[in-house]
Design a protein around this ligand. Sequence first.
Ligand SMILES: [Zn+2]
Length: 275
Amino acid sequence: MNLEVLEKNERKLVFVISEISIEIANAIRRIILTEIPVFAIEEVIILKNDSPLYDEIVAHRLGMIPLKTDLEHYNLPRDCECGGFGCPLCQVSLTCEVNNDTNKTIVVYSGDLNSNDPNIVPVHDKIPILKIDKGSKIIIECYAILGLAKDNIRFSAVSNCFYRYYPVIEFDQSKIKDIEEKTLIAKSCPEKLYELSNNSLKLKNDYWKTCTLCKACEDNSSNDAIKLGWKEDTYIFSIESDGQHSFDVLIKKTFDIFLEKIDEFTENLEEIEIQ
Ligand SMILES: [Zn+2]
């Protein structure tokens, strides 16, 4: 397996992965989308809510706030010694008490949540939760746990994860009959990957980064001047994160889970053989 990182920042990772089958690529994608544990608010106790929003809506909004996650010091409730009842190894409490003693309406943000663990806090401070009028108050107590996106989407570790084929375009300008056809090809590409200058049509070198394999160029050319294809066993992965995990943790955890699943499979297979 070969890996080349094309783009990496706090929120986005794009890489080319080669020499793997599509089944493995898809298994990686599915693990990232559904199996990486992240913290999210599970239980909300509303002691006072003077805002115009119903308690249920406030609870829902709190549940969707992405929280920074620490996998080293916390367990999934079902794997915890407490049996999922809730203890300091599987649960974090967050409280929010805001008293509007100003003369105007104020917004209560995710940054107003106080966590009992400074490592488990909202990723962003400025996510609006609700508004309260002057003289109003809210008092909320919440409990966050680790969970998996396959159980509920608020435990999603990423906002998007997909892969696409690595495009390969065979382009032979000498087979294009006239300037009209060249203009048509250049105009037809939605990603503007062809450049026409001095009657010469050029395909950008890094076309594979943005080509969507839409076939518009192939459909508008004749004499097999353009042939669209893709590389075998090579995929371009894009992952967009909400910030709960760094990409290093996310990728490492993905492969840990992948190997656990293979172990589980071989163990079950051995049991079947013994029977
Ligand atoms: Zn516990």
